[in-house]
Design a protein around this ligand. Structure first.
Ligand SMILES: N[C@@H](CCC(=O)N[C@@H](CS)C(=O)NCC(=O)O)C(=O)O
Length: 181
């Protein structure tokens, strides 16, 4: 796992004292995009540690010490280690409140939680690398694509239905909140 220091857009403008953040991520990982977008949105600097999922680096013992389930993203903030994109977003929101990722209205907040949860629990993990390898081995390679298409279609149909009455310029109105990530 190589390391590269990432300096994020407006970080200087918001730089108040905090631990150095480190994100373990893979460039094609959509759950990691969500965290990278949130870090950038909040103007937080972080070190980027690539974990090459295609090379199986998520199963290396040093990575499993950070996240025993073997998935990116993982955020390290000083002594704090958090995995799972939703948990990371919530942590960032609590610790770094600038550029809020949640509205104040509790109904709108709940819609944001629901949208994030649909993506991170009901769509994305159902077609991650781990599962596709399993389907390929146990059922057959031709079954992968129809499976992926069916879970994405089901999830996005639900998401569109949910957001229809809340949408604006972005998913839940005219501001960017976590339901959009
Ligand atoms: N619900 C978790 C899902 C994490 C996840 O599935 N990560 C994928 C990349 S997007 C992964 O690390 N896959 C590795 C594998 O399947 O072996 C989250 O939102 O962080």
């Amino acid at each position: 796992m190589a390391s590269a220091s990432v300096v994020v857009g407006e970080a200087e403008a918001h730089s108040h004292s905090h631990n150095k953040l480190t994100l373990y991520s893979y460039w094609k990982s959509s759950c990691s995009f969500r965290v990278r977008i949130a870090l950038n949105f909040k103007g937080l600097k972080y070190d980027y540690k690539p974990v090459n999922l295609l090379k199986g680096e998520q199963s290396h013992p040093e990575f499993l010490q950070l996240n025993p389930v073997g998935f990116v993203p993982v955020l390290v903030d000083g002594p704090v280690v958090i995995s799972d994109s939703f948990a990371i977003l919530m942590y960032l929101e609590d610790k770094y409140p600038q550029q809020p990722l949640l509205p104040t209205d509790i109904h709108k907040r709940a819609i944001n939680f629901q949208a994030v949860s649909i993506v991170s629990s009901s769509i994305q993990p159902l077609h991650n690398l781990n599962l596709l390898k399993y389907i390929e081995g146990k059922v057959g390679p031709d079954e992968k694509l129809p499976w992926v298409q069916s879970v994405i279609r089901k999830g996005f149909t639900a998401l569109e239905k949910l957001l229809k009455e809340h949408t604006g310029r972005y998913a839940t109105g005219d501001e960017v909140f976590m339901g959009y990530l």
